[in-house]
Design a protein around this ligand. Structure first.
Ligand code: MG
Length: 405
């Protein structure tokens, strides 16, 4: 699309590029440069690009100022989400001010919500919304968390997360080895995702006991073990296993023990157990998280920034959680853009939970190769990035080379 703004790219570059670049590099304020500020306020979206990668779907929002922001959609069925962005989202974004985040979000959502209130629509919005928040921070020369209201913390504790696909991906011994490798690298908590799934409810035999015992023995008492069933139990089985996990294994966090399709069943588990019941990776909007609170009575909300409509919607979910005394433990399965976006949100909310999910960067080398850095885990924590935008520099040429068919 051609430049639709009423001022030229050359004007922007001549008045702001140096100021933005200087501010980005030095952290200095643009307050003394009103001309530059006015120009930044008029920046519009010129193009939305998508990049289907082996382990992610990246989104680049390009402006008429020549500055780009980067976002990421959840990796489930990347072809569908990429098509959704191109056919349902781009028309509501191109040509509009990068600062009109809420109206853009509303138009994207309500123009497409007849297709359903969840899934590809919210995934597609998420990638563009994350990119817009990155972009605004880069234009202003400040971290995104600052635009979200400031930060409550300088670092965030994480748990190392890995899944065993109901026992098909790795043996209990291999799971124990994987968990131990997190502990050896300084993680103070590990989450075992059993991934039993609703298609195989109450499996018999149930691999959970053997895997939990093996992992617990490998990490010892000083590393916390969180357990995610991924929808695999009825309420009765979930309550029985939950009591065992708490009393015998010292588990405190129990995630999605029952079907995401049946919130009343999850409420039975919430009522019966003193564990922290966690759910939200399959609920992608504020309305669905309202139901998790009102119907399922969960303790901790678990939205994913790359699934649940991006930074904008997850901030709303966090406010809903604050109003109902629920903490937010973000679902986060990718290092790179998504982790940086998650940290921006976590930094800016008062009701962040004890942990943020963090998947092993070594399992996602194809993504970590696309940016200048991988955040190190130090004493079990990730530092909140303080660079402009999401604080991550993406290599556009490397992203283009990494595109898959
Ligand atoms: Mg989960």
């Amino acid at each position: 699309m051609t430049n639709t703004s009423d001022w030229s790219r050359r004007e922007f570059v001549s008045t702001t590029a140096g100021a933005v670049a200087a501010a980005s590099l030095t952290g200095t304020s643009l307050a003394a440069q009103p001309t530059a500020q006015r120009a930044i306020g008029r920046v519009k979206v010129r193009e939305v690009r998508t990049f289907k990668l082996k382990q992610a779907l990246y989104v680049e929002v390009v402006t008429d100022a020549g500055v780009s922001g980067w976002g990421e959609c959840a990796p489930n069925n990347k072809d569908v989400v990429e098509t959704f962005i191109k056919t349902g989202i781009v028309k509501h974004v191109v040509g509009r001010s990068v600062w009109d985040g809420d109206p853009i979000w509303n138009d994207c959502y309500f123009d497409n919500s007849d297709l359903g209130p969840s899934g590809p629509l919210l995934n597609a919005i998420a990638g563009v919304d994350i990119a817009l928040w990155d972009l605004r921070g880069k234009l202003a020369g400040v971290p995104t968390w600052q635009l979200l209201g400031g930060k409550y913390r300088d670092r965030q504790k994480v748990y190392g997360s890995f899944g065993v696909d109901g026992g098909k991906r790795m043996t209990a011994e291999q799971a124990a080895k994987k968990a131990a490798s997190f502990a050896e690298r300084g993680y103070t908590a590990v989450k075992l995702r059993m991934q039993l799934r609703g298609r195989n409810i109450n499996p018999d035999p149930d691999p959970t006991i053997a895997y939990v015992k093996a992992v617990k023995a490998a990490i010892g008492p000083s590393v916390e073990l969180l357990v995610d069933i991924n929808n695999g139990y009825t309420a009765a089985r979930a309550i029985e296993r939950g009591r065992w996990l708490q009393e015998e294994m010292g588990v405190r966090y129990y995630e999605e023990p029952t079907s995401m399709q049946h919130l009343h069943e999850l409420a039975q588990v919430s009522d019966a157990l003193d564990l922290f019941i966690v759910a939200g990776e399959n609920e992608h909007s504020r309305w669905q998280h309202r139901d998790l609170i009102d119907i399922a009575k969960v303790d901790i909300l678990n939205p994913d920034v790359s699934k649940a409509g991006g930074v904008t919607e997850v901030k709303r979910i966090a406010a809903l959680g604050q109003a109902t005394s629920k903490r937010i433990m973000l679902h986060n399965t990718r290092p790179g853009i998504l982790t940086h976006a998650s940290l921006a949100v976590v930094a800016s909310i008062s009701n962040a939970a004890e942990y943020l999910e963090y998947s092993d960067p070594e399992d996602y080398a194809s993504l970590t190769a696309l940016s200048s850095m991988t955040l190190p885990v130090v004493e079990g924590h990730l530092r909140i990035p303080d660079g402009p935008g999401l604080g991550i520099e993406i290599d556009p040429a490397a992203v283009r080379r990494a595109v898959v068919a």
